[in-house]
Write a protein that binds this ligand. Structure first.
Ligand code: PTJ
Length: 246
């Protein structure tokens, strides 16, 4: 039983979700390490959504609203922390959720699929009965993608992962929206839009932003996208961390 008066109660709640997801065969063993790394960076950014991150979330919303075939790619950590919000966003935009795991096992795929099925997600891709095609120049279990999902997508949302997938998908002409508390990670550095913030704060804010911007004209959304520069965004995120040491 978690003590609500504990000064770090929220953090304990998320740790509890991570532990339960591990017990339920959703989270990879390494997912615990990834969560710890995330917590460290969250401390450094002050455990809040900065103005820069909020602007980046708004830009991500504009990308979602202007792209033709966006796909939400999910792994164990994202499912452990924000499956409800992923289901909500998929419903709001009427887009697929594709399971893509680094530590892929048939059991984890079934367990993660069940989470999204139970939340009413209509289009779940990346399961073992899907039709796959390899991502060019990408080795490993993340390479095969659904022909109806990431293969077709012009925008892929890839929260909480590291490696070289962002780079390879970007090379195929896709836009990549990433969420990563570490602004220095490979994925952060090679995405089109990198939201340097905790996924637990990002998802509710992103849903709000999509709702807000869905009333805007396409030209206004495009203007916001054109003004955005991911290198400036990452520089600002790093400087926001440095400022906390001053
Ligand atoms: O479920 P699988 O099999 O696909 O495996 C998923 C993990 C996350 C284990 C795998 O992709 C991995 O090892 O990732 P990394 O290399 O640890 O990278 C994860 C990134 O997510 C790190 O840069 C963390 O800082 C970041 N991160 C962790 N928790 C959060 C986060 N970013 C935002 N919000 C978080 N809550």
């Amino acid at each position: 039983m978690l003590n609500k008066n504990h000064p770090r109660y929220q953090s304990l709640v998320y740790r509890d979700k991570i532990v339960k997801a591990h017990e339920n065969g959703i989270l990879a063993d390494s997912g615990m390490i990834a969560h710890g790394r995330g917590e460290t960076f969250d401390y450094l950014i002050g455990e809040k959504t900065t103005d820069n991150s909020q602007n980046t979330i708004d830009v991500a919303a504009c990308y979602f609203l202007t792209s033709k075939n966006p796909v939400l790619s999910v792994n164990g950590n994202t499912t452990a922390l924000v499956s409800e919000e992923i289901a909500q966003l998929a419903d709001l935009l009427d887009i697929p959720v594709e399971i893509n795991l680094y530590y892929r096992t048939p059991e984890r795929i079934v367990n993660i699929e069940k989470v999204y099925k139970d939340l009413g997600v209509k289009n779940i891709l990346g399961t073992d009965d899907d039709d796959f095609i390899d991502t060019p120049d990408l080795d490993g279990p993340r390479s095969p993608v659904s022909i109806e999902g990431i293969k077709k997508a012009d925008l892929v949302f890839i929260p909480l992962e590291d490696g070289d997938r962002a780079e390879k998908l970007y090379a195929l002409g896709k836009d990549i929206v990433n969420v990563d508390l570490n602004p220095l990670s490979r994925t952060a550095q090679t995405s089109t839009v990198t939201i340097v913030d905790n996924i637990v704060r990002v998802m509710p804010a992103l849903i709000k932003s999509v709702e807000k911007y869905s009333d805007y004209d396409n030209s206004d959304l495009q203007e916001k996208i054109d003004k955005f520069n991911n290198n400036v965004n990452l520089d600002t995120a790093i400087h926001d961390i440095i400022k906390r040491f001053e």
